[in-house]
Design a protein around this ligand. Structure first.
Ligand SMILES: [Zn+2]
Length: 116
C-alpha cells in the first residue's frame, strides 16, 4: 500500500484545486462533488495507512530433522536408535512441539521421540 498513499494525496490536492477553480458557474455542484471525492479519498487513505503490513506473525516452522538423528535405544541401550527421514510431525500431546519417528537398527524397537 506504500505506493497508493502518495498518489491518493496528489488526487486530493487536485480536487482542492478544482474546488477553488469552480468559482462562478456550477460552483456549488463542483464543490459538492469535490467534497464527496475528498471524503471518499480520506477513507481510502485511512484504510491504506492503518492496514498492517503483514498481520500474520511468522509461524514456528517445524524442524526437518532432529539435531541428533541417532540416539541411544531405550530397549537395547545401543546407539542405533535412528531417526527415520521425513517422519517429523506435530506432537499430538503438546502444541508447537515436534517429534520424529525412530527405529532401532539393532532390536527393531520403534517410537516417536520429541525433537523440539
Ligand atoms: Zn534397540
Amino acid at each position: 500500500m506504500a505506493d497508493t498513499t502518495p498518489r491518493l494525496k496528489r488526487i486530493k490536492e487536485q480536487i482542492r484545486e478544482l474546488a477553488s477553480l469552480a468559482a462562478s458557474d456550477q460552483a456549488e455542484a463542483a464543490r459538492r462533488l469535490a467534497e464527496e471525492l475528498n471524503a471518499e479519498l480520506d477513507q481510502a487513505l485511512q484504510e491504506s495507512t492503518t492496514r498492517p503490513a503483514n498481520a500474520a506473525p511468522p509461524r514456528h516452522s517445524p524442524p526437518k530433522a532432529p539435531r541428533d538423528d541417532v540416539a541411544r535405544c531405550p530397549i537395547c541401550s545401543l546407539r542405533s536408535f535412528r531417526f527415520q527421514k521425513g517422519t517429523v510431525r506435530e506432537s499430538p500431546k503438546e502444541e508447537g512441539r515436534y517429534e520424529g519417528f525412530y527405529r532401532c537398527q539393532s532390536c527393531a524397537h520403534e517410537a516417536w521421540c520429541d525433537i523440539g
